[in-house]
Design a protein around this ligand. Structure first.
Ligand code: 5GP
Ligand code: MN
Length: 312
């Protein structure tokens, strides 16, 4: 059921024990939005906890209150009266789904999120879920502290590629500007989020070595096998290295996270890659999407290149 931002605020006001979560393979927007929401809800006097059913990349560990992010243990439950799902639909929260039967409030900015019988506030024009949490804080009349500002700015910076991608709107920049006024430091956040280990830069060299193009150079892609993926704490940002190739419309990165489990990231300058990803069981945004293909790296590449070819 689609609800308004006001209704989302009312549901949060009515709740007392809120379990907050976001998607597996968490990114700066997922972690930034959950941490900001937790701080806002605690300031309102609520009990609010965060569970994410995955490892969180190292470059997000310095976000304010990061220590509050837990991973559910086997069979762990939480006595909640609301499950707040951010930056994803219910399908991508892993075992957090089993932690409570509380009613769901879902807040997201993914165009492919069509909900499934629970309360959903989706704003696909928002560059990041953190943008929506900013508006929610305003709706709730809550103060944006420097820590909350840092979390929200980090999420917006991540999902806009530091204000480069097509989702960067005047409103995005206005919100980011306000967040700086409230205490977010653009250079410190950029330094922190773009930090890499030497092994990761070496992995990047391996990734670039795998570069291939298709369809008269309109499509470019890289593949990382299991051994190479293990050099990375996170593969975030690798795909951006080839986005700028002048002939390409669509770029992809396939990384074999576990033997025969391939994570696919797709980016485009025009083609609707959310549709391509959705057809392969994933989702995302028009120009940035992803999915998981449970097969070999070679087969995953074949399936993906074929699907992209149909969409060109
Ligand atoms: P990334 O390539 O950075 O992992 O993901 C790009 C965008 O697509 C993000 O907004 C992400 O949430 C979304 N996305 C990635 N993988 C999946 C997936 O398997 N399912 C859905 N629904 N969305 C995905
Ligand atoms: Mn997001």
């Amino acid at each position: 059921m689609l609800i308004t931002l006001k209704e989302a605020a009312t549901r949060l006001q009515a709740a007392n024990r809120i379990l907050i979560t976001a998607h597996i393979h968490p990114d700066g927007d997922a972690i930034g939005s959950t941490l900001a929401a937790m701080q806002i809800l605690r300031a309102m006097g609520k009990t609010a906890v965060i569970f994410i059913d995955d490892k969180v990349p190292q470059n997000l560990h310095s976000l304010p209150c990061f220590d509050e992010v837990s991973r559910p243990a086997d069979g762990e439950t939480f006595d909640a009266d609301l499950l707040l799902i951010l930056d994803t639909s219910l399908e991508r929260i892993g075992n957090v789904r089993k932690m409570t039967n509380a009613p769901i409030l879902n807040i997201d900015h993914h165009v492919t999120n069509i909900g499934d019988g629970y309360a959903l506030y989706v704003e696909d024009k928002a560059a990041a879920t953190c943008e929506i949490i900013f508006k929610l804080a305003r709706e709730l009349g809550e103060t944006i502290t420097p820590d909350i500002a840092t979390c929200l700015y980090s999420g917006i910076a991540r999902d806009t590629g530091f204000f480069k991608f097509s989702n960067t709107s005047a409103e995005t920049l206005a919100i980011a500007s306000e967040l700086v006024t409230y205490g977010a430091s653009p250079y410190l956040i950029s330094e922190q989020m773009n930090k890499k280990s030497l092994a990761e830069v070496i992995g990047l060299r391996d990734a670039l070595n795998s570069l291939k193009t298709f369809y008269g150079d309109k499509v470019a892609g890289m593949t990382l096998d299991y051994a190479t993926v293990s050099k990375f704490d996170s593969t975030e940002g690798i795909i951006d290295e080839i986005r700028g190739i002048d002939t390409v419309d669509v770029v992809f990165l396939i990384s074999e996270r576990e033997p025969n489990v391939c994570r696919v990231s797709i980016r485009s300058k025009g083609v609707d890659v959310a549709k391509i990803a959705a057809r392969l069981g994933g989702g995302g945004h028009i120009r940035a999407a992803g999915c998981t293909l449970k097969t070999t790296l070679a087969e995953a590449e074949k399936i993906l290149v074929e699907a992209i070819g149909k969409a060109l």
